[in-house]
Design a protein around this ligand. Structure first.
Ligand SMILES: [Zn+2]
Ligand SMILES: [Zn+2]
Length: 218
C-alpha cells in the first residue's frame, strides 16, 4: 500500500492508497486547503477518490482545514465520540504540556485561542472500539490510543506501519518521542504498548518524520 504524506502547516497528513481509492488521516492546520489541492495534484491523487477522512483527534492543527477538504473530497469523517463533540462545537482545546517547553507553549496558546479557530464539522462515523478499514480497500484498522487526548485514534496497517497522530512526536534534537502535550500522561505509555502489541514496526507521527516502533518504550 502506498503511503503519501501531505504536510499542511506543522502537521503531516497521510493518504493511504487502497484497492479502490484512498483513505486520508488528519486534515492539517487552518487555511491549508490550497496547499492540499496542490500537493495532491503533484502526487497524482484525485481528492474525489478519497473515500474516508480519519481524524486522530480534535486539535486545531489536525482539523483546521477539515471542513474545506471534506467538501472537496465529498466523503465521510471518522472520529472518536469524545473528539466528535469538540469538532462539532468548533471548540479550540489547548492541551497541557508534559515538559517545561510544552507547558510554556500551552500557557501562551491558551491566551491566543482565537488564532486557532476552525469551522465546525459534524462527523458521520464514530469509532469507539476498532474500525475495520477493509471495506475502504485498506488492509488495516483504526484503534483507540488515548493519552494525548482521551479520544485519540491510531491507524494500524497490516504491513507494520501505523499513523499515530500526536500519541508520539519526533522533533529533531529531542531524546524522546513522548508527546510534549498530553491530557492523560499515564495513558500514553499504555497506548504505546498497545501499538507495539499490534506488531507495528514503523511509526508515522503527525509531527516529524517516521521512526522505529522500538523507540516506544517507557
Ligand atoms: Zn494534538
Ligand atoms: Zn498535533
Amino acid at each position: 500500500m502506498d503511503l503519501n504524506i501531505i504536510t499542511l502547516g506543522i502537521t503531516n497528513t497521510y493518504i493511504i492508497k487502497g484497492k479502490n481509492g484512498y483513505v486520508m488521516v488528519d486534515a492539517g492546520e487552518l487555511g491549508r486547503v490550497k496547499s492540499f489541492v496542490k500537493q495532491a495534484r503533484n502526487l497524482a491523487i484525485d481528492p474525489k477518490k478519497i473515500n474516508l477522512i480519519i481524524i486522530t483527534h480534535a486539535h486545531f492543527d489536525h482539523i483546521g482545514s477539515l471542513a474545506d477538504i471534506k467538501e472537496i473530497c465529498g466523503c465521510p469523517v471518522l472520529i472518536h465520540p469524545h473528539e466528535a463533540d469538540i469538532l462539532a462545537r468548533g471548540e479550540v482545546v489547548i492541551p497541557p504540556g508534559t515538559n517545561p517547553a510544552g507547558r510554556m507553549i500551552s500557557g501562551i496558546g491558551k491566551g491566543f485561542k482565537f488564532l486557532f479557530r476552525f469551522k465546525p464539522v459534524s462527523a458521520e462515523l464514530r469509532c469507539e472500539g476498532e474500525f475495520d478499514l477493509r471495506p475502504y480497500g485498506v488492509e488495516g484498522k483504526v484503534i483507540p490510543t488515548p493519552g494525548h487526548t482521551p479520544g485519540s485514534l491510531s491507524v494500524v496497517l497490516d504491513d507494520g506501519r501505523a499513523m499515530v497522530g500526536d500519541l508520539a512526536m519526533n522533533f529533531p534534537l529531542t531524546w524522546t518521542n513522548y508527546p510534549i502535550f498530553a491530557e492523560l500522561p499515564d495513558e500514553v505509555y499504555k497506548s504505546w504498548q498497545k501499538i507495539r502489541g499490534e506488531g507495528v514496526e514503523t511509526v508515522y507521527p503527525a509531527h516529524g518524520p517516521c521512526f522505529a516502533a522500538d523507540n516506544l518504550i517507557g
